[in-house]
Design a binder for this molecule. Sequence first.
Ligand code: ZN
Length: 432
Amino acid sequence: MYTYILQCSDDTYYTGWTTDLEKRLNTHNQKKGAKYTKARLPVRLVYWEWFKTQSHAQGREWEIKQLSRKKKENLVNENIKNEGDVLMEKALRYTVDQLEEILKIPSPSGHTEYVKEHITKELDNLKVTYQETHKGAIIATLEGEETKEHRTVSAHMDTLGAMVKEIKDNGRLKFDSIGGYMMNSVEGENCVIETLDRKQYSGTFYTTKPSVHIHNDAKKTDRILENMEVLIDEKVSSAGDVEKLGISIGDFIFFDPRTQIQEGGFIKSRHIDDKAGVAVMLGMIFDLKKKKKKPFYTTHFFFSNYEEVGHGASASIPLETKEFLAIDMSTPGEGQSSTEYHVTICAKDSTGPYDYSLRKKLAEIAKEHKINYKIDLYPYYGSDASAALRSGNDFKAALIGPGVYASHGYERTHVDAINNTLKLGVQYLLSR
Ligand SMILES: [Zn+2]
């Protein structure tokens, strides 16, 4: 649902709400809109906001209508949107919807079947051909104007998680971590334990001294693996009880992502890293398909499945690839230039500098298309691009992505960052 402002031919503003911006703008300009705009054609769409519900959109419409001309002008001038933005709006909505769905599908490294099912179904809907590698990555391909040299874009569908390491005599579970995270970031978190035959049980992560009323040193307990355990939501008090449930060593444990997408555009969830990248790749494909455009070079979309453990895109990159673009989170925080609203082009991470010329090209594309971007360095970070280079590939590599706050914890970003990443991704595909 959108609340929007039109600028009429006599320079006055008209405020309304709609479910479809593009259609609504055409309706106005074909003299089928409101009486007010009919007499003041042509009209130009100068501002809009998106809302989940009609009531919010209508409420905002009323609010804007109460504003003075000066205040409306400020609103419009502070949020300059151009025609390109209207055309991208559908792809952005698709991307955010995809992100919300994908965030809720568990996919720790080593157990990405469920999210793969979703992605391939979506690729079928978009009528894109794809193949699965032996290792379980998915490679979708769009043919370009130029088919000799190729590009590969990647995002990782795997996330952090945990695995049952030991079933304790008291019926609790010791676990091992999948990927790198702080134990205090999972303390108190709900989870799901999945057995080999896909039975699921809920549970919660605790320290071994979780109550201040009975453990004098509860606050001081080191938040390390040895002091953490999972309680299963079943009446179990021995290892035998747990085994009877079908739970065994090696079973995967999924964190509750607690996904929230708010009216103001903030997205809070676990695993925004890198499901935001996955959703953006689907959004890029959606946008080109909708506009019936080909990328300039034949482009492969690589959905990798072992990034969090270091060897994601290390195999099966199509040989014709001359440029490799990883789409993965950037790192806002103290001393960083990245924000939750920009797309960041990474200059260097702990694996070294990214390709200079490709990085400059991406910045030029961003400038040309008025995409809000930052350049940043990530101190403790490696990407699928670094994994691909390490394994012996010969191509120029770059890394872009939305700013994700509190990475590998309960993360946060904003729709603006998704939008900017999507726009840069699409313009890159179309560029020479
Ligand atoms: Zn990542």
